[in-house]
Design a protein around this ligand. Sequence first.
Ligand SMILES: [Ca+2]
Ligand SMILES: [Ca+2]
Ligand SMILES: [Ca+2]
Ligand SMILES: [Ca+2]
Length: 219
Amino acid sequence: MKTDVLLSIMAIASALFLVGGSTYAYFNDVEVAEGNTFTTGTLNLKVGDDDECTETMTFSNLKPGDSNDSAAIWLISNEGSIAGNLSVKIDNIINNENVITEPERESGDTTVGGELGAYLRLVFWMDVDQSGDWTAGDYCLLSNGTTESHGNIVSLDAVYDTLNNFNETWPGVQNSVAGGADFGQFIVAYTLLEGVGNTIQSDNCTFNISFTLDQDRSP
Ligand SMILES: [Ca+2]
Ligand SMILES: [Ca+2]
Ligand SMILES: [Ca+2]
Ligand SMILES: [Ca+2]
């Protein structure tokens, strides 16, 4: 009796071994995608020669009749690896009276703030193709906070305005510009018209120009 049971158990175990062993005979194959990596891109705006920006305009001893069509020529670049949108802002416009010269006083000037910003006429524009000239594809910043393209403005002479009127923000002046690409040369021109009079003697004006690069979120 015990022998029979033992034989039965051995038979079942043997059968199970054969069934279990037979599963290793099915076809099989494994492939592995190794080292999966996710890396972020970069977003970095460069204005002029250095990053961060060291550009600044400084002009002294200005007088009526002076003008300069290249007061600034700054290359604006998307130094990152992803596309971005460029915005520009001009703010912090400050007019200083400094001293009041005798001719200035004779003209009726007082010590309440300087007048240069009300007379200094400026143009801010982007030479997109970096040709140095106002050509197709270029655009300028208007003192009402909009931009105008070359196709609609024959000459930049038409868009000069006084510094005090340029306290504006121009959002998205150039969008979806690829990483590694240039926006163009940002150029500033100025003119101090003849006949502006003595009230601006010794005055100065200061202001900031901010450039912002935002991540392009278009599909
Ligand atoms: Ca930068
Ligand atoms: Ca003065
Ligand atoms: Ca151009
Ligand atoms: Ca003055």
